[in-house]
Ligand binder design. Structure first.
Ligand code: ADP
Length: 273
């Protein structure tokens, strides 16, 4: 049984304007899991990620970290990295300098930092672009830089907030496959926020569906399909069935009933007339 890495115990978050972003959220994420959070806008997905990252205070409850986790000296923080929807790169700095930033801030000596940066760029398929500037890269490549900047610190936990939401479908699909390949190699624990059911099912071994007002978990669905997941998985009936299930729970989150949303229901003869 894999060890727990992140445990949310009765976590609530009420913002200062009175918005109840999360109410009594309980969730345990195990080592090496790839967990996606899906749910309508405003259900508290980003709030969960920010609280796990230590950005902001809990109103009630606690977040516990696994005992086995390596801790970052000297603060004793768990080794985690955050990837946002916007790559948030420094436009005046090269790819190399952008990826080096967290190591520079941590005071890592330059020769060692440079080796780590080149290794991270290799992982995301960007060797050869060290001297490029963000404006010279496509949206997908800029996101790869952002992922390299997260990986350069060798995190054990990766928090990703809709990282591919702004990309076109083909780029998103390629980045999904590449991310999965890396995850299989490195086995980080990943908490991934997305609006996209198909992306969540393709990537994750667990999909957590949230509802809004107040933000809470309404379903926790294990995606019991083996890795590596290839294009064959995307067209399999197993994949389809999981998408349908997540979609139905999402529909419930938005409309309070568990039936299939209209676009997943087969057209009846009557409606074809
Ligand atoms: P999601 O990521 O699912 O779209 P968020 O976690 O961003 O949801 O937000 C959850 C709720 O908390 C929303 O109603 C949002 O408007 C509110 N919220 C988020 N951040 C703040 C803040 N800093 N101050 C007040 N309300 C906030």
């Amino acid at each position: 049984m894999p060890a727990p890495v992140i445990t949310l115990n009765h976590v609530s978050k009420v913002y200062s304007n009175g918005t109840v972003a999360l109410q009594d959220m309980n969730m345990t994420i195990q080592e090496g899991q790839f967990v996606s959070l899906v749910g309508p806008s405003g259900c508290g997905k980003s709030t969960v990620l920010r609280l796990v990252a230590g950005l902001g205070h809990l109103t009630t409850g606690s977040i516990e970290w696994g005992q086995n986790l390596e801790k970052d000296a000297p603060q004793g923080e768990p080794k985690l990295a955050f990837v946002f929807q916007e790559p948030a790169l420094m436009p005046w700095a090269t790819v190399m300098d952008n990826v080096r930033l967290p190591l520079k801030l941590a005071g890592e000596p330059k020769p060692k930092a440079d080796r780590d940066v080149l290794e991270a760029l290799q992982l995301v398929g960007l060797r050869g672009f060290e001297r490029s500037f963000p404006r010279e890269l496509s949206g997908g490549m800029r996101m790869r830089v952002s992922i390299a900047r997260a990986l350069v610190t060798k995190p054990q936990v990766l928090l990703m907030d809709e990282p591919f939401g702004a990309l076109d479908e083909i780029t998103r699909s390629k980045l999904n496959s590449d991310l999965l390949e890396l995850w299989q190699e490195k086995r980080w624990t990943v908490l991934f926020v997305t609006h996209n059911i198909y992306e969540a099912v393709y990537l994750s071994n667990r999909v957590v569906v949230m509802a809004a007002r107040p933000g809470r978990v309404i379903a926790d669905i294990p995606i019991d399909a083996p890795y590596p997941r290839s294009e064959d998985f995307r067209t399999s009936s197993l994949y389809n069935n999981y998408c349908r299930e997540v979609s139905a729970r999402l529909h419930e989150a938005m409309h309070g009933s568990a039936q299939d949303p209209p676009y997943l229901r087969p057209l009846s003869a009557g409606r074809l007339r």
